[in-house]
Design a protein around this ligand. Structure first.
Ligand SMILES: [Zn+2]
Length: 136
């Protein structure tokens, strides 16, 4: 079963979430933002320590972009190709933080966000998305 962040799961009577800190999936009360108290305090400590009010904005942008990738990915295929403007319209953010990764079986470097990785192609007109791991 595939869920989106904040979605009600009838079978468990809980809500499906993506942790703002570790980006793992979990279920719980509607307003939960973190999978554990450890993640919650790490997140809050990071914001305080860095005196970085943009930390939460970045985390939210990351989560929104992870959500959009999840929604736009064709789960019947291994690779999804879309026009960049289509996915941006849905809330995808090119300036979201990401990790640079490489795969043995794919060319070039990829931007990894949560369970997905993407590359821009066709002079940045199109985006190629692949799924890295299964969501629970
Ligand atoms: Zn977490």
């Amino acid at each position: 079963m595939e869920y989106q962040n904040g979605e009600w799961i009838k079978e468990t009577g809980k809500y499906y979430h993506i942790c703002l800190e570790c980006l793992e999936t979990f279920t719980g009360r509607r307003n939960k933002e973190f999978c554990s108290t450890r993640c919650k305090s790490k997140h809050n400590n990071d914001i305080r320590r860095e005196k970085d009010p943009e930390a939460k904005v970045r985390a939210l942008s990351y989560r929104k972009t992870a959500d959009v990738l999840h929604q736009c990915f064709n789960h019947k295929e291994k690779i999804t190709t879309l026009h960049l403007h289509q996915i941006i319209k849905k809330g995808f953010k090119l300036d979201s933080p990401y990790n640079r990764i490489k795969f043995n079986n794919q060319e070039g470097e990829w931007n990894q966000i949560g369970s997905y990785a993407y590359q821009l192609t066709d002079e940045n007109q199109k985006i190629i998305i692949i799924k890295i791991k299964q969501w629970n």
